[in-house]
Every structure is written in structure tokens, then in C-alpha cells.
Write a protein that binds this ligand. Structure first.
Ligand code: GDP
Length: 439
């Protein structure tokens, strides 16, 4: 899957590598080739256009890591953008606390729903859940038999019902899960060959009746350009939570996998690549992006360079804070850290005399949160340079945060005091250190 794209991209990069320095023309030529490679992989043309525009802009902005060659920097940017395109956020399936948890699968006929339902059940079973499969496709006569066969194969109970009403079957199936102590149900619904109103109405009716915890859309990775229309239609009708990309083992171009996230904003949660029950993998955007780019050695070089840069940035940051130059963003960060350590009250109570201070009401747990609301109403520039905060800016911030200007002024006073304290403390530490050094 996507091997052709992978080969094409690697060819483009090795062409760049032989050049050493890269001119704007080189970048433009490479971007044209990337555009063609993506289109040939059947990635949606709008998605390609945006992807290339973003990538090109970053390449031309000379946003570079010194430790990488110009060609490696281009690879890094393409890798970043590819990961972004596939969805940077965590896409794991998180089950809710309701028992049984209800997962509903939607998608076109032939997209691989029934197969995916069984694979998902198998996966959940491996994770010590007790799933139940519901055969909600009452139109394709063989669908329930197919699900039953798959269920028998993996040792998972299948509820078929005997009616023709998928809403009733879904309801009864959930009751069957309760009666048989199953903690997750997976509803396989009917699909049509093309998007049509009846299919959407039925999906909506099931959704309304059983209020699924998760709706996953099964999308055939080989759908090509049409993937946009299909997912948009489902998205509008049932607003699904994530995607299972099926048939990733196909030899075709597989561009659907690269388009779906950008088009729907919904994460790909699983990729299905084969007929066997265990061929459903959790989707990792970064791993997929790396797999598409191939070039394991270049990728690890890039990762190394990024790590070094992050470390340098962190050191600079620490140095800045040591010099007492804290910003309002640091203030918010300190607040978050404080919260992580159990909140102000807990920290204060651990100090000598802390309990007394707490008892006298000198410590206000909500104060830090109130500060954060005010800081969040500031622009980035204001947070970095608090001296910008004149009267009219303070009035605007107060309105945004829903507080009075006096609150803003008090907050700034506290901030300035903290800043002074940090400066004094670090100066003290430095003096001590230099005294020690002289000894
Ligand atoms: P449904 O109509 O959406 O329920 O689709 P099915 O689950 O019946 O799948 C349609 C066809 O695609 C069947 O022949 C499946 O065996 C096949 N199929 C489903 N998922 C995969 C997959 O990940 N890889 C491959 N190669 N075939 C698949």
C-alpha cells in the first residue's frame, strides 16, 4: 500500500540530495513532483493543493536545522506535514464507562464494515473485553451469515434478531449484551453502493435509538477522489467520531488514507489490512508518515537533530528564567505545574507553618486560576512583553476575561512581585555558587 508513492518521494529526495545547496527553482521543481506523486496516489486534489502549498511555504521560509543538509531539511518538512495530514493527535479508541459500550459502524456497502466489525471484536476480546456483534444489515441477505461465520471463527457472540427492522435489532442486541454480560457491542449497519437518503436515515434512526458511544466510519482506502463526497455525506448525516481505513493491503494507490483526515477533521483510528481477524492495527500517524517516506536512516537523523534543537531551546529557556526574565506564559506554566503537584493548598500545607496559613484563609486556591483566565485574554505579544499593557489594553483584557480592570491590575502587581522574587532568589543562588567557587 502506498508503495508507489513511497518510491516516488524517495526518488525526488535523492534528486535533491545530489544538489547540495537548493535554489528556489529546485524547491519549486521538487514540489511539482511531490504534487504529481500525490495525485497519482489518488490523494484528493484539494488536499494535495493545500499540502503542497504549506510544504513549499515552509521550505522557502528557510526554516532550517543547521545540523541537517538542505535536502534533509526538505525531507523533515515533508515528514512533518505528512504527519500533520494524517493527524497528529492521539487516535486511540477510548471506551466510555457505560456498560455495554456501544460502537456503531457505518459506511458504504463493500467498504469492509462486516469484516472490520469482526476484527474490532477480536481486538477487544484480546484486550479482555467481552464483545457482542449485532448484525444490523438486514438488506444484504448474506451479511448476517457472514458476521455469524466470522463471529464463530473468533469465538464472539453474534446477535442476529429475526425481524427486518434494524433499529429494533440494535435495541434487542444491546439487551442481549446485558443479559449475557457483554461489555461492548459492535453494531454492523447496512450500507448501499452509493450514498443515498434511505441509508442515512436508517443510520440516523439507529443512532438516535441506541445513542452509540462511538460511531466509526469504515472507508475503503482505495476509494480515490470520491472519498471526499462519501465521508462528507456521512459526516453530515451521523457525525462519526473516527475512521477505520480498510483494505490498506490493496495494491492500489490508497490516497484515501491521506485525504480523509484533512477532509473530515476526524482521526483515523484503525487500519485494516487483510482478511485475517488480527489484521486490524491501531493507526499511528507518525509511523505511517515515516513508512511512506521510507528512508529510515534520514528519518532517524532528523529525529536526532530535532532532539538536539529542543534540548538547546530548553536550556535557553531555563537560562532566561534564571535571569529573572519570566513572562506571563511562564506564570501560566508554573500554575499548571503547581496543579500537577496537587495544587497550592497541598504545597502550602507541606511548608512549616503552612497549615496555619491555610486555616487563616490566606491561601486562595482559585487565585491562580483567576490569573490564568486573565492571562489567556492577552495577546501573545502582551504575554511576552507585559510592559505593553497600557490602560486601554487592560480594559480590553478585563472585558475578555469577565473581570474588572482592578483585577487585572492586581494580577499584574502579583506578577511583578513574583518576578522580583525569582530574580532575588536566583541572584542569591548565583552569589552562593560563586562563593563556593572561590573557596
Ligand atoms: P461490507 O459490505 O461493508 O460489510 O463489506 P465486507 O466486510 O463484506 O467486505 C467487502 C469485501 O472486502 C469482502 O470480500 C472482504 O473480504 C474484503 N475486505 C474487507 N476488509 C478487507 C481488508 O482489509 N483487506 C482486504 N484485502 N480485503 C478486505
Amino acid at each position: 500500500m502506498l508503495e508507489n508513492l513511497s518510491e516516488r518521494l524517495q526518488g525526488i529526495f535523492s534528486g535533491l540530495k545530489s544538489k547540495g545547496r537548493l535554489t528556489e527553482d529546485d524547491i519549486n521543481a521538487a514540489m511539482r513532483e511531490i504534487r504529481l506523486a500525490l495525485l497519482e496516489a489518488d490523494v484528493n486534489f484539494k488536499v494535495v493543493k493545500n499540502f503542497v502549498a504549506r510544504t513549499k511555504e515552509r521550505c522557502l521560509a528557510a526554516e532550517v536545522l543547521d545540523s541537517l543538509t538542505p535536502a534533509q531539511n526538505v525531507v523533515k518538512i515533508v515528514l512533518d506535514e505528512l504527519t500533520e495530514l494524517l493527524g497528529r493527535t492521539d487516535s486511540r479508541l477510548v471506551l466510555g464507562s457505560r456498560i455495554p459500550n456501544v460502537i456503531m459502524l457505518v459506511g458504504l456497502q463493500g467498504s469492509g464494515k462486516t469484516t472490520a466489525a469482526a476484527k474490532l471484536a477480536y481486538r477487544l476480546k484480546q484486550e479482555n473485553h467481552a464483545p457482542l456483534l449485532i448484525a444490523g444489515d438486514v438488506y444484504r441477505p448474506a451479511a448476517a451469515d457472514q458476521l455469524q461465520t466470522l463471529g464463530d471463527e473468533i469465538g464472539v457472540r453474534v446477535y442476529r434478531g429475526d425481524g427486518r427492522d434494524p433499529v429494533a435489532i440494535a435495541r434487542e442486541g444491546i439487551q442481549d449484551a446485558i443479559d449475557n454480560l457483554r461489555d461492548v457491542v459492535i453494531i454492523d449497519t447496512a450500507g448501499r453502493l452509493h450514498v443515498d437518503a434511505d441509508m442515512m436515515e436508517e443510520a440516523q434512526a439507529i443512532k438516535q435509538a441506541v445513542k452509540p458511544d462511538q460511531i466509526l466510519m469504515v472507508v475503503d482506502a482505495m476509494t480515490g477522489q470520491d472519498v471526499v463526497n462519501v465521508v462528507e455525506a456521512f459526516s453530515a448525516a451521523v457525525d462519526f467520531d473516527g475512521v477505520i481505513m480498510s483494505k490498506m493491503d490493496g495494491d492500489a494507490r490508497g490516497g484515501g488514507a491521506l485525504s480523509v483526515r484533512e477532509v473530515t477533521g476526524k482521526p483515523i483510528k484503525f487500519i485494516s489490512s487483510g482478511e485475517k481477524p488480527d489484521s486490524l492495527e491501531v493507526f499511528h500517524p507518525d509511523r505511517m508518515a515515516k513508512r511512506i517516506l521510507g528512508m529510515g536512516d534520514v528519518v532517524s537523523l532528523i529525529e536526532q537533530a530535532v532532539r538536539v534543537q529542543q534540548q538547546e531551546e530548553e536550556e535557553l529557556e531555563a537560562e532566561r528564567m534564571m535571569r529573572g526574565q519570566i513572562t506571563l506564559d511562564d506564570f501560566v506554566m508554573m500554575n499548571a505545574q503547581m496543579r500537577k503537584m496537587g495544587g497550592v493548598q497541598k504545597l502550602v500545607s507541606a511548608l512549616p507553618g503552612g497549615d496555619k496559613a491555610l486555616a487563616s484563609g490566606q491561601v486562595d486556591e482559585g487565585a491562580l486560576d483567576a490569573m490564568e483566565v486573565i492571562i489567556n485574554s492577552m495577546t501573545k505579544a502582551e504575554r511576552a512583553k507585559p510592559e505593553l499593557l497600557n490602560g486601554s489594553r487592560r480594559a480590553r483584557i478585563a472585558r475578555g476575561a469577565g473581570v474588572t480592570v482592578t483585577d487585572v491590575n492586581q494580577m499584574m502587581k502579583k506578577f511583578n512581585e513574583t518576578k522580583k522574587m525569582v530574580k532575588q532568589a536566583t541572584a542569591g543562588m548565583e552569589q552562593q555558587a560563586s562563593r563556593k567557587g572561590k573557596k
